[in-house]
Design a protein around this ligand. Sequence first.
Ligand SMILES: Cc1cc2nc3c(=O)[nH]c(=O)nc-3n(C[C@H](O)[C@H](O)[C@H](O)COP(=O)(O)OP(=O)(O)OC[C@H]3O[C@@H](n4cnc5c(N)ncnc54)[C@H](O)[C@@H]3O)c2cc1C
Length: 796
Amino acid sequence: MKTSTRVVVIGGGVVGASVLYHLTKLGWSDVMLLERAELTSGSTWHAAGGFHTLNGDTNMAALQGYTIKLYKELEELTGMSCGLHHVGGVTLADNKDRFDMLVAERAKHRYMGLETEIIGPDEIAMIAPIANTDGIIGALYDPLDGHLDPSGTTHAYAKAARMGGAEIVTHCMVTATTQRGDGTWDVVTDKGTIHTEHVVNAGGLWAREVAAMAGIYAPLHPMEHQYIVTDDVPEIVERDSEHPHVMDPAGESYLRQEGRGLCIGFYEQPCRPWAVDGTPWSFGAELLPNDLDKIEDSIEFAYKRFPALARAGVKSVVHGPFTFAPDGNPLVGPIPGVQGYWSACGVMAGFSQGGGVGLMLAQWMVEGECERDVTAMDVARFGNWITPGYTRPKVVENYQKRFSIAYPNEELPAARPHRTTPMYDIFTEHGAVWGHQYGLEVPNYFAQGDEPTFEAPSFRRSNAFAAVAREVKSLRNAVGITEVHNFGKFRVKGTRARQWLDRIMAGRIPKVGRISLTPMLSPKGKLMGDFTVSCLNETTFILTASYGAQAQHLRWFLMHQDDGVTIENISDKLNGFSIAGPRARDLLKRCTRDGANLAFLDARQMTIGQTACTVNRVSYTGDLGYEIYCDPMDQRALWTTLWTEGQPLGLSLFGMRAIMSLRLDRFFGSWMREFSPDYTAAETGMDRFIKWDKDFIGKEAAQAEQPTRQLVTFEVDAIDADVTAYEPIFIDGTVQGFCTSGGFSHHTGKSIAFGLVPKDQAHAGLKVEIEILGNMRPATLITDPIFDADGARLRG
Ligand SMILES: Cc1cc2nc3c(=O)[nH]c(=O)nc-3n(C[C@H](O)[C@H](O)[C@H](O)COP(=O)(O)OP(=O)(O)OC[C@H]3O[C@@H](n4cnc5c(N)ncnc54)[C@H](O)[C@@H]3O)c2cc1C
């Protein structure tokens, strides 16, 4: 066994083996994997081995497609069998909403190049005769669905990694990981200590324990899971081809052929978290005792959907644990603030996702960034606010909703409220209907009179439509107020703060008392953030950006930190309000003796009422507006001043739904929709903020770029559903682009969509069709903002 290496991967399940293989594939051969028993000794050996591409997140779906296509490559490379059965699969829909969801998924697959298909009950009966189609209105057919041999596949990854120079040591238990002063690691095992630059936690069922060895909390939890294998089933025995997979979300089951019988697994409602206080080191080779009572209701439902099951004897029951993160996606990437420590855990579908996880992590480690946006699985999507007490109920909720319809406007209730600001009870009294972002309660809208106090989940315009319209109109006609708690905020200080910001941000860094907007780029020219920078004095700057990306941004800042610069995440240490609308200036005047004549993009420290504030003359509503920041301890006093003084001016509250409508009027993009690491500054028009006569990270790539697509805006002839994200855009009958987001502009009464289309097609008046829930809706490319086109209100 080597005592020094570049990377130690802890854990020889399918995920660790995939990471190891991909590191060698990208050219790092001095890498090791340590496994405390034999390979596959965690969840991997008892998996049902099913794989599929379906995933609500488009990048995750693409990575699942990559994983599935990789298996053939692995077989060819190693000469080993993964036991592949590419039998295809159908996902059934028994109601309109579920069908809408599948149709929307199919639409996304069009530009992703995935060959899925929507089929009706007759075709379902032909393809998957084992299913009783009573009450079924359609299904999504995916020819890529299938299953494999979990052990064979893990060993194939391992062999491929060994062929690339990797060393794998089994029966080698990691007992400690200790960081040296220079940031490198000592990995202590029962066979000796290994010195390494990078540690990868692929500990699967023991990932929590492995993370804790480095003082890290891994936000995941194991859940019990059960599947049944039957004796021979005559309907299967008689077939001359293998039966495809059938996912029946209504019955929370997945079914496939196993030998001459069937295998069916369940995501049952009375599910159970496993090993709440930690996974025992003694566990591994055994299963959990059968518990058919727990899945009794699910079995009963399955007997109706698959009558052949009711007649079949049970050959075996597999009951084992596997891990989930709170949102069900993997936990991948560098742990914020811990040099050289990487996460590759929380992978609940190792055979659909393991290849993609391995590829992304290897790219991150070897090349410094991934080829696509991996926010959906970035370990930093949970901040240091997360605790085991939050994770567990969220994981239970996620397990129970594994097969539920995922609506774009849905707010999941478990473990909430978790984080609130001083405004929580005041806003609740004002009718706040709460959503949540990055652990924080955020008002979606404020219900008045008989407006709904619960927004019903929907793919179409929701029952909150009228309430949101009222908030928008009230702001555009007078003045509105909301909280600025869900911005990520950083304080950058020091004698070298300006130089550092000049290097890290692509745009202009403002003079004292001014604000600038700037993209932040990766070395490959991808968008890493869109920031508002305000300069309070020559050595103090405040940065604001997406609240949900704060841990990712801080990780990036710390990776690139210079001497003479301090960077503090003050997202929750600075709060306040945004006021906007034609009477916003009048409101500010009434509340301060310090003058309200701030020019557009001015930043000024002033007293409002009795509260010391920093006021920025910017507004994401596209209107005359101000962001007013204060210490959260002073926030209620600030609220009393603004709310009281605002009443004669018609001041009203507005929430996130109104903001997302208002921004459409002036074509303002949003982080993780129009702007994300999937896109570049030139593609999204953010290059207009770049200051080319300075050096900054990503400059070379941005200068060399010849973009072939461009972000544009469409006015859509929609019916009762607007664009949400990733709908395909047809030009002359073929898919040539996709939407990034959209919605309804309540101010203008127009349905608006943003999307990327080929650059040579991006001209005003272009006629396209956008597929919304299976309907082809005509749309026209527009270039002038639909509100305040000359910016007179915004800048006036
Ligand atoms: C009943 C059941 C059915 C399933 N069906 C499917 C399916 O059909 N399709 C699908 O994609 N997924 C399925 N899964 C999930 C799948 O099993 C997991 O996604 C996958 O196995 C996770 O792999 P892993 O490598 O992350 O973790 P694990 O398989 O748990 O591997 C972790 C490894 O790390 C080792 N290790 C831990 N700590 C240490 C240490 N300190 N030192 C050295 N080694 C250590 C362990 O011994 C273990 O071998 C199923 C799971 C269950 C329970």
